[in-house]
Design a protein around this ligand. Structure first.
Ligand SMILES: [Zn+2]
Length: 85
């Protein structure tokens, strides 16, 4: 029953729900969200969960399933070098 409700909510919104690592700056989250929703069109193929977790390790963003941890893809985070003249 719960699964059914969640699936329906997913169809209505037409997008996955994305959670971000607290270390990811807020200004990047919107951009990442756009990329993730372009790449991931549906629930996790492994468990059916439609919630995504984006973790940040060094400069690599790991986009994975929030429930089972299945990794969808990774992205390199470009860090702009600060001018410290
Ligand atoms: Zn999953």
């Amino acid at each position: 029953m719960e699964r059914l409700l969640r699936c329906r909510r997913f169809e209505e919104e037409g997008t996955v729900k994305i959670f971000f690592d607290p270390d990811i700056p807020a200004e990047l989250q919107e951009e990442i969200k756009n990329i993730v929703t372009e790449q991931i069109q549906g629930p996790c193929p492994a468990c059916g969960c439609e919630e995504i977790y984006v973790s940040l390790l060094d400069n690599t963003l790991d986009v994975k399933c929030y429930d089972c941890g299945e990794s969808f893809f990774e992205m390199e985070l470009e860090v702009e070098e600060q001018q410290t003249a």
